[in-house]
Design a protein around this ligand. Structure first.
Ligand SMILES: *Cc1c(COP(=O)(O)O)cnc(C)c1O
Length: 457
């Protein structure tokens, strides 16, 4: 076999290597996540329960626990080809700076206008909706990446889109909404007076900056009360992890090409979709006993659903309109501190990631945001990409793992997901650079207060 002297900085796949199927990790899990429950009956949901919210094929994918490989429709691959396969990059300059024997790789998903991996699922969700004759979609967006991604996908397939944007982001990231509007979507700051859920929340908390949970309630209500309209969600759901498996499948092919295998895989975890997608084919190896990579989920100390949350049934939204999911959660009305700038603000975690964490396949750590931004700046200076604050959680952890290798002399292969770029997070960078950024860690009492609201199932 040929020995590779120097692995190139970027390992590009050819267009022919773009995956033809997504991988559904549930088909290989030894124990499946507990079923989602209908919020009215508290019984396990069936496909038809989801039809008012999702189009049929997505409802089917959401509940499909058996089919390991699902064909990626050709029109979806056609849009994927505009920005995929994405490069796997060897972080030579970061390694040098850290003086580590570790090999550090990142899968870079920020190379499209939406600036994040979210486009991978947006394309699929818009395609299936269009295919079934749906004319418009609604969604929520927090930091703005998902709203942007879905707006791009809806423009491509010819669907109308209404985005409920968490009010604090709407105000802090004004330019993000201009991109969403450029792609033809409508943007409404949430909570708003356009829905009953929004009106209720505004009546109870007139000055609220909003939350993802609240924006989800508004978007779902709008979808179920508008003819030919469905709702789309950018993370947490099983269907989203399925679509994001394209990240992991490409990563696996690229690593095979350079004859490496990860010892450690790291992903930031908000709702768990990029992590779930990146690790999917490697987790398959782990479950089947073919390999045993360590897998680490990284979250902010201000929204610590895995490291301090409860594994329980909870609502996915503040207005209790969505099915209940068994997941690690901080409670459906948990509001992360307003000064937390780094994204990853959702109260719950993907049921698949939650189950794998619960069963010991995944580890989790949390970092304060100032530590995360230190890592972001070091990464920008060495690798010349300005990382998204969310992604920088993974960078922080990868750096710490590489520093451990410096101490031990171990030549580990570390792979992390660089989920996006930070060009719309410059206010957060500014507060870090001028020294005004602070860390916020909820107290046990604060967490207990929202745990007390968990539904009794
Ligand atoms: C949304 C987002 C995340 C977090 O979402 P997951 O579903 O946990 O992947 C991470 N990074 C970026 C850039 C994002 O836009």
């Amino acid at each position: 076999m040929m020995t590779i002297k120097r692995i190139p900085n970027k390992i590009y796949l050819s267009e022919e290597q773009l995956p033809k199927q997504w991988y559904n990790l549930r088909a290989d899990m030894k124990q499946l996540p507990d079923p989602m429950l209908n919020p009215k009956t508290m019984q396990p949901i069936c496909e038809a329960d989801l039809y008012p919210i999702f189009c049929k094929e997505l409802a089917r994918q959401e509940l499909d626990e058996k089919t390991a490989y699902i064909d990626i429709p050709e029109p979806v691959r056609e849009m994927y080809r505009m920005y995929r396969p994405s490069p796997l990059v060897r972080a030579y300059q970061l390694e040098k700076k850290l003086d580590t024997p570790a090999h550090i790789y990142y899968k870079f998903e920020g190379n499209n206008t939406s600036g994040s991996h979210k486009l991978n699922s947006a394309v699929a969700q818009a395609y299936y909706a269009k295919q079934e004759g749906i004319t418009s979609l609604t969604t929520e967006t927090g930091a703005g990446q998902w709203g942007t991604a879905l707006a791009e996908a809806c423009a491509f397939f010819g669907l109308d889109l209404c985005v409920y944007m968490v009010r604090t982001s709407y105000e802090q990231k004004p330019f993000r909404k201009n991109i969403i509007k450029t792609f033809g979507a409508t943007v409404i700051p949430s909570p708003s007076n356009t829905t009953k859920a929004g009106q209720r929340i505004l009546a109870a908390h007139p000055d609220t900056g909003g939350s993802l949970g609240c924006a989800i309630s508004e978007a779902v209500e709008k979808a179920v009360t508008t003819p030919n309209c469905r709702y789309a969600l950018g993370s947490v759901l099983n269907q989203v992890l399925l679509h994001q498996s394209v990240i992991g499948l490409e990563t696996k092919t690229a690593m095979e090409m350079i004859d490496e295998y990860p010892d450690v895989m790291i992903g930031c975890a908000g709702g768990g979709s990029n992590l779930g997608g990146l690790i999917a084919p490697f987790m398959r190896d782990k479950i089947l006993g073919k390999a045993n990579p360590r897998i680490v989920a990284v979250e902010p100390t201000s929204c610590p659903s895995l490291t301090r949350g409860k594994y329980a049934y909870d609502y996915c939204d503040t207005g209790k309109m969505t099915p209940l999911a068994k997941m690690y959660t901080l409670g459906y009305d948990f509001m992360p501190s307003a000064n937390h700038a780094g994204g990853l603000r959702y109260h719950g975690m993907s049921p698949i990631v939650s189950k794998l964490y619960h069963d010991g396949y995944i580890e989790a750590v949390s970092y304060e945001q100032t530590k995360v931004f230190e890592a972001a700046v070091l990464f920008a200076k060495t690798e010349t990409i300005l990382p998204a604050p969310e992604s920088s959680h993974a960078i922080r952890c990868a750096i710490d793992e590489a520093l451990k290798c410096r101490e031990s002399g171990e030549k580990k292969t570390i792979v992390f997901g660089l989920t996006g770029t930070g060009y719309f997070d410059l206010a957060a960078y500014d507060s870090f650079l001028n020294g005004t950024m602070t860390d916020s860690i909820p107290t046990d009492e604060q967490l207990q207060k929202s745990f007390d609201t968990l539904p009794k199932v």
